[in-house]
Ligand binder design. Structure first.
Ligand code: SIN
Length: 201
């Protein structure tokens, strides 16, 4: 199944909380699988019933989303991960089995442009499940889009927000992927570029 938005493709304003609350795809489910690939991978910070490494297909992780509320400010946005569609791509992350009540806090945490999408999750043992993933698409107002590794790393080196320095987001994500035995060339290239910048400054 290819990933798709929960109910059409709502225009993503800067604060997506209200749009996400309208989405009712998993209403009447007692439990829902959530796929995390960025901060939700390295720091859950919410209650979960079960947690298992998983992957989703057709999406690739990119530091193309601006962060106004966690790792930057509206005046000086940081850069954080989102997913962009790519034929044949596999994105490794973490699946959390949660109760729908947890979306109240997740929608607020992911409000800076991320929308809930339905996707198929692939577990290491070959099992599959339908679940949700938060994705910030290029329609959202905080979108920054592609840039060179050096430019992205420079922005990350220079940014900080209420959740802390932007560099910590990138380094925690890279460390977590490595600890899980996954390779993400985009993340690892940005990590190298960031450490180079820090060494030379
Ligand atoms: C995610 O981690 O799954 C979404 C993006 C983020 O919160 O960093």
């Amino acid at each position: 199944m290819s990933p798709h938005p929960v109910s059409g493709t709502p225009a993503a304003g800067l604060d997506t909380t209200a749009t996400n609350r309208l989405m009712d795809y998993f209403d009447h489910h007692d439990q829902v699988w959530l796929f995390g690939y960025g901060s939700l991978l390295y720091k859950a910070g919410f209650p979960w019933l079960e947690c298992r490494p998983a992957a989703i297909r057709g999406w690739t992780r990119r530091f193309w989303q601006g962060s106004h509320d966690h790792r930057g400010t509206p005046e000086a946005p940081g850069r954080v991960a989102t997913l962009v569609p790519e034929e044949g791509a596999l994105c490794d992350g973490m699946a959390y089995l949660i109760t729908p009540a947890v979306f109240d806090q997740l929608d607020i945490r992911e409000k800076n442009g991320y929308l809930r999408f339905v996707t198929e999750l692939y577990f290491d043992d070959g099992a599959r499940a339908e679940g949700l993933v938060y994705i910030a698409t290029e329609e959202n107002e905080a979108w920054l889009g592609p840039a060179s590794d050096h430019e992205i790393a420079r922005r990350i080196a220079d940014s900080a927000g209420p959740s802390g320095p932007n560099r910590d987001y990138l380094l925690h994500l890279a460390e977590t992927l490595r600890a899980l035995g996954h390779v993400d060339e985009h993340v690892f290239a940005l990590e190298r570029a960031l450490l180079d910048i820090e060494r030379s400054s």
